[in-house]
Design a protein around this ligand. Structure first.
Ligand code: NI
Length: 393
């Protein structure tokens, strides 16, 4: 049977059978967003939605994560499907009837959708046990938006038996119902730095008696622009963004210290490892040239989200079979955004897939991010098909 024949009708079947349930769960989660590892209520909702299914359930993974296991008929491999559950500290401005009821918190990255799509896939796959030659593990993960819940989940060993793994992310800017992926890097490594620039404080009218930390910080920000433009191979993507700068307490005082914060994005591990030394060298030499110094605190955070070639090919085949060629996109370029599914992909061959919610949708992490929920059963069908395809041999 071709992939197309195997998944004929699956999209409609999931929409008709599970669409309402998936949308209701999404709205329920959307109303009550939770941050970081504190996804207690969300996990409760997931557990309630999975009740009665023939799943082995493990709770309390990474504090409020849930891992559900479905044993199929055969004794083939284990395939993993992962969704993130956490929201963002953003005040929602969508005006939706099911908008966030928690002040200052919002599901602005679609994780409410990811979670309910995975619950939908669990329902669909439980009804197809006889077609599964192996096991499906469903990972409901907290703390994707900082905190590295994926890292902790992998470290806890709950994915040790997983042979391949997939995850979806709803994606504004991509045509509605089009799914996209690629082999190799799909999302960047995201690292963070904080820098303290030190000089000597004093009276604003007597700069010669001081070493001005604000002037140093300004020069450092400018000098850091030459890192990507002059030190990195022009065909190698890299981003250095200073997103925070702070100093001073009054208009007529030269402060002793200034603070910078930034993010560094790379796709190449060697380049990634070189960045702290380069940033520190530029910052310290600029500051020292102005009679001060700079101290760098660098944190390697999320690694590159690296799709394994075979898994990416499987995913593209499944997308073609399910959505048709016109809704299949093999990406030419990765995004410089980051994703902590990367920690799973460091250990397990798999693929991260973007699912388009349309070009006219506000981007992720904005207070007006909202999408057409028709996409949710489609995402459930895609996750279902990925598991079926991985366990069909
Ligand atoms: Ni996200």
């Amino acid at each position: 049977m071709s992939v197309v024949q195997r998944f004929e009708g699956l999209k409609d079947e999931v929409r008709e059978g599970l669409g309402e349930k998936i949308v209701a769960l999404r709205r329920d989660i959307h109303r009550e967003p939770e941050l970081g590892f504190d996804t207690e209520r969300t996990a409760e909702k997931v557990l309630a939605a999975l009740e009665g299914l023939p799943l082995g359930i493990r709770t309390g993974v990474v504090e409020n994560g849930v891992v559900a296991t479905l044993d199929g008929e055969g004794d083939g491999p284990t395939v993993g499907l992962r969704a993130d559950m956490d929201a963002l500290p953003i005040r929602e401005e969508t005006g939706l009837p099911f908008a966030s009821e928690i002040e200052g918190k919002m599901h602005a990255c679609g994780h409410d959708g990811h979670t309910s799509m995975l619950v939908g896939a669990a329902h669909a796959l439980c009804g197809m046990r006889e077609r599964l030659n192996g096991t499906v593990k469903f990972f409901f993960q907290p703390a994707e938006e900082g905190g590295g819940g994926g890292k902790v989940m992998v470290e806890e060993g709950v994915a040790d038996d997983v042979a391949s793994i997939f995850a979806l992310h709803l994606w504004p800017g991509l045509p509605f119902g089009t799914a996209a992926t690629k082999a190799g890097p799909i999302m960047a490594a995201a690292d963070a730095f904080e820098m303290t620039v030190r000089g000597k404080g004093g009276h604003g009218a007597f700069p010669h008696q001081t070493a001005d930390a604000i002037a140093m910080a300004a020069q450092i920000v400018t000098a850091l622009q030459t890192l990507v433009s002059r030190e990195v191979d022009p065909v190698e993507p890299a981003v250095v963004t200073v997103g925070e700068i702070g100093a001073g307490s009054a208009f007529n005082i030269i402060p002793e210290k200034a603070r910078l914060g930034g993010t560094v994005r790379t796709l190449n591990e060697d380049l990634r490892r070189m960045m702290p030394e380069r940033i520190e060298r530029i910052a310290r030499s600029v500051a020292q040239g102005m009679r001060g110094d700079a101290e760098l605190d660098y944190e390697f955070s999320y690694p590159v989200t690296m799709n394994e070639e075979g898994a990416a090919r499987t995913a593209l085949g499944v997308i073609r079979g399910l959505f048709g060629e016109e809704h299949t996109l093999e990406l030419a370029n990765p995004s410089m955004g980051a994703e902590d599914f990367a920690f799973f992909l460091e250990k397990i061959p798999g693929a991260f897939i973007w699912l388009g919610v349309g070009e006219d949708v506000s981007f992720l992490h904005t207070p007006t991010f909202a999408f057409d929920e028709e996409i949710l059963p489609q995402g459930s069908a895609l996750l279902t098909a990925l598991a079926l395809e991985s366990l069909s041999e």
